[in-house]
Design a protein around this ligand. Structure first.
Ligand SMILES: Nc1ncnc2c1ncn2[C@@H]1O[C@H](COP(=O)(O)OP(=O)(O)O)[C@@H](O)[C@H]1O
Ligand SMILES: O=C(OP(=O)(O)O)[C@H](O)COP(=O)(O)O
Length: 399
């Protein structure tokens, strides 16, 4: 990381109110309980350092992608219990991230106290990087700290624009250590270098793939991402996830990969389902031959073997995005098979880096967290850092 950026470890927060951007975009179960607290626990060292100096902490984050203002499903209130448990102390909650109540709660914070603000994305100004909104948030604290590695690739109000309103700004422990760990791979990746992409954020991550082509030898595409590739190649994909406006882009991407000598490895078969439900009627189809009225929700057994063989012959492995809807027991097998192959490759000496909110949750859920080299809290952020980009959330911390 750029060594001109201040770190919380070199600051004294005594008597200060630190406004800390964290990434508490965590998976919630059907009862709105946190189902994986990796991202919350990863932010604890920074919070504790500020509190132990005699400062107070105002936490701000997004949760999910709300489109039309406040909605209970995406309320950060749902993370309070987990946060309190991990911190071992009570946390105040502001039901709006700006406005009178947030101001009063922030102003009344005593040293050692923690306040969590409601979801920043309940305001469209957050993603737009609106200056006025940033200023209102900034008025809540004296010092700005960014520890939201998972969101550092977004040039949003709370991750980037806000920094200009502070004379003291710093990276948290998590942001710093994530960048340092990723840099170990970035500097000298041993070959063959294989990237594995899956998940559901297709339009974002398809663009990243293009830029990874200059770095990797193999690119495995699974999960929700793969159906756009199938369709672009002329296949039928039923009701599977697809980014229609990226079909031409994907064809270009495959051409570019061939020119660069990068192997793109796509699924051979797909577990299909009549609806997006664990207990719906299920079947198996060849990739690109999914009948109407069905959707692909996991990679099939032939694909699992194909992907595992490539992974096991790799020396550097970068994985973001589950291979299927791993939250439902019927569609876990692809993600488990890939995690197993990565664990085996790692045991044989490969370096494996796995990132993303859901990917980290999957790896932990299936017990592979300590069988891979490093689990990052960032997915898109990790990939963008790995392609050599300075992330906006990091750039904003430079003096
Ligand atoms: N075939 C699929 N159809 C629909 N959703 C999928 C499919 N495969 C994976 N997913 C979903 O992708 C989500 C994770 O995607 P993403 O956010 O891109 O990953 P990460 O958080 O690890 O960066 C999971 O919730 C998973 O259920
Ligand atoms: O979960 C996140 O990214 P990830 O899915 O790439 O790991 C971050 O919280 C960023 O969320 P966003 O992709 O809605 O901006």
């Amino acid at each position: 990381m750029n060594n001109r950026i201040k770190s919380v470890e070199n600051l004294d927060f005594k008597g200060k109110k630190a406004l800390v951007r964290v990434d508490f975009n965590v998976p919630l179960d059907e009862h709105q309980n946190v189902s994986d607290d990796t991202r919350i626990s990863a932010a604890i060292p920074t919070i504790e350092k500020i509190l132990s100096d005699g400062g107070s902490v105002i936490l701000m984050s997004h949760l999910g992608r709300p489109k039309d203002g406040p909605i209970d499903k995406y309320s950060l209130r749902h993370v309070v219990t987990s946060l309190q448990k991990l911190l071992g102390k009570s946390v105040k909650f502001a039901p709006d991230c700006i406005g009178e109540e947030a101001k009063n709660l922030a102003a009344g914070l005593k040293p050692g106290e923690v306040l969590l603000l409601e979801n920043l994305r309940f305001y469209k100004e957050e993603e737009k990087g609106d200056e006025e909104f940033s200023k209102k948030l900034a008025s809540l604290g004296d010092v700005y700290v960014n520890d939201a590695f998972g969101t550092a690739h977004r040039a949003h109000a709370s991750t980037a624009v806000i920094a200009q309103f502070f004379s003291t700004k710093a990276s948290g422990f998590l942001l710093k250590s994530e960048l340092e760990n990723a840099d170990k791979v970035l500097e000298n990746p041993e070959k063959p270098y294989t990237a594995i992409m899956g998940g559901a954020k297709i339009s974002d991550k398809i663009l990243i793939i293009e830029r990874l082509l200059g770095k990797v030898d193999n690119l495995i595409i699974g999960g929700g991402m793969s159906y756009t590739f199938s369709k672009a190649k002329g296949g039928t994909i039923g009701d599977s996830l697809c980014e229609e406006d990226k079909l031409d882009f994907v064809l270009e991407l495959m051409k570019k990969a061939e020119q660069k000598g990068v192997k793109i490895i796509l699924p051979l078969d797909t577990v299909i389902s009549k609806s997006f439900a664990n207990d719906a009627e299920q079947g198996l189809s060849k990739a690109g031959e999914i009948p109407d009225g069905w959707m692909g929700l996991d990679i099939g057994p032939e694909t699992r073997k194909l992907f595992a063989d490539v992974i096991k012959s790799s020396k550097t492995i970068l994985w973001n995005g589950p291979m299927g809807v791993f939250e439902m027991s019927s569609f876990v097998h692809g993600t488990v098979a890939v995690a197993e192959a990565i664990a085996e490759a790692t045991e044989g000496g490969a370096f494996s880096l796995i990132g993303g909110g859901d990917s980290a949750a999957a790896v932990n859920k299936f017990g592979f967290g300590d069988k891979v080299s490093y689990v990052s809290t960032g997915g898109g952020a990790l990939l963008e850092h790995m392609e050599g980009k300075v992330l906006p959330g990091v750039a904003a911390l430079m003096p």
